[in-house]
Write a protein that binds this ligand. Structure first.
Ligand SMILES: Nc1nc(=O)c2c([nH]1)NC[C@@H]1CN(c3ccc(C(=O)N[C@@H](CCC(=O)O)C(=O)O)cc3)C=[N+]21
Length: 283
């Protein structure tokens, strides 16, 4: 057996085509969605991600605003950049690229973002709204995973989902999304303290690997016919290594390629959040 590819790149392209029309409609009403990015330091990976986000924006007609600060930037300097984006009407949504240099108080900076402009859906107020199941911008990677599964008709209702990794940006937030009434999945959130990871994964209809451990999920751990989503981005010998061993394709029914799976969906959901924020502001 060879798994069907959960093609994030192709699905993201469809979403971007839809967003292009919505952006044009907003522009016709005099509203131009604008994405801001705050990048601190010169980490090459972060530089590439931020450049990619601005390219995505140009593709769908979203204008973009870059604030690049040196690695030595002080808390007050980053706060000033955030305050400018909060006040700038041309910026309808923005992100502070993570991780931030260690000398900065990341939580204080996240809290300073206007929740209405939180394109990442990671502001504590918006995560709190997700806990309360009240409408708010949703975290991009979890939302992208749900949309990708829906696109391929992988049933969520009643499914047993094992999420590996309890990080805020993926694992923990994804558990909240999948257990909403609209998704109605049953979620087991596994992490480094989990006693027998393989035993949990073996029972899962859907496995989401977001631990950042290369090839953590091996074929012997996967139930035949499961859907497996690989969120991992580790660099091994200069190449991207996911959390899922390639041989899992022989056991799973659905598998995300990596690259080309969850990453492009994350970017498409960032654009979606920016357009939705502009649509709300225009309403
Ligand atoms: N505030 C904030 N928001 C983020 O969303 C955020 C962040 N900080 N910090 C870093 C992580 C990482 N992340 C990725 C998004 C897309 C790809 C992506 O599209 N990757 C391509 C491959 C690109 C390549 O070749 O490097 C793919 O999977 O096909 C990767 C990684 C967003 N992050």
């Amino acid at each position: 057996m060879s798994a069907q590819k959960l093609d994030g790149k192709a699905t993201a392209a469809k979403i971007k085509a839809d967003l292009t029309g919505r952006v044009a409609a907003l522009r016709a009403r005099g509203v131009t969605p604008g994405l801001g990015t705050v990048l601190v330091g010169d980490d090459p990976g972060s530089q590439i991600y931020v450049a990619g986000k601005h390219r995505d924006c140009a593709e769908v007609g979203i204008s973009s605003i870059r604030k690049d600060l040196p690695a030595s930037a002080t808390q007050a300097e980053v706060e000033a950049a955030i305050d400018e984006l909060n006040a700038d009407p041309a910026c309808t949504g923005y992100i502070v690229q993570l991780p931030l240099p260690g000398h900065l108080d990341a939580m204080a900076l996240l809290e300073r973002i206007d929740p209405a402009k939180d394109a990442d859906g990671l502001h504590p107020v918006n995560l709190g709204r997700l806990v309360h199941m009240v409408d708010a911008p949703l975290p991009c990677t979890p939302r992208g995973i749900v949309v990708l599964l829906q696109e391929y008709g992988v049933p969520l209702k009643g499914a047993d989902v094992v999420v590996i990794g309890r990080g805020i940006t993926v694992g923990r937030s994804l558990g909240l999304l999948l257990t909403r009434r609209s998704e109605n999945a049953t979620v087991t959130l596994c992490h480094t303290g989990t006693q027998d990871l393989a035993a949990h994964v073996r029972r899962a209809d859907i496995v989401v690997a977001a631990a950042g451990v290369p090839h953590l999920v091996t074929p012997d751990m996967v139930k035949p016919g499961a859907a497996v989503l690989d969120v991992g981005v580790s660099r091994v010998d200069g190449k991207i290594a996911g959390d899922v061993a390639p041989e899992v394709a022989e056991v799973a029914a659905f598998l995300t390629p990596n690259p080309g799976g969850v990453g492009p969906m994350t970017r498409a959901m960032l654009l979606t959040n920016v357009v939705e924020a502009a649509e709300h502001a225009a309403a």
